[in-house]
Design a protein around this ligand. Sequence first.
Ligand code: FES
Length: 67
Amino acid sequence: MAADRDFDHPDVVLCPDGPLLLRNATSVQAADGTIHPVERPVVALCRCEKSSRLPWCDGTHKVIPRG
Ligand code: FES
């Protein structure tokens, strides 16, 4: 049913041991309430909380030892 897919929300992809990818988002609200406008078709949100550019992923997760 194509009509079931016509939601007005971003697509979300969880990358294993990496960021959360958002496609078609217009803004992201951080836990502290700060709203970050999104100006790219796809953005990567940090899930490891080690990025120097929170809430965005800066690739730091690649050098964090896995537990
Ligand atoms: S997920 Fe990439 S820096 Fe945190």
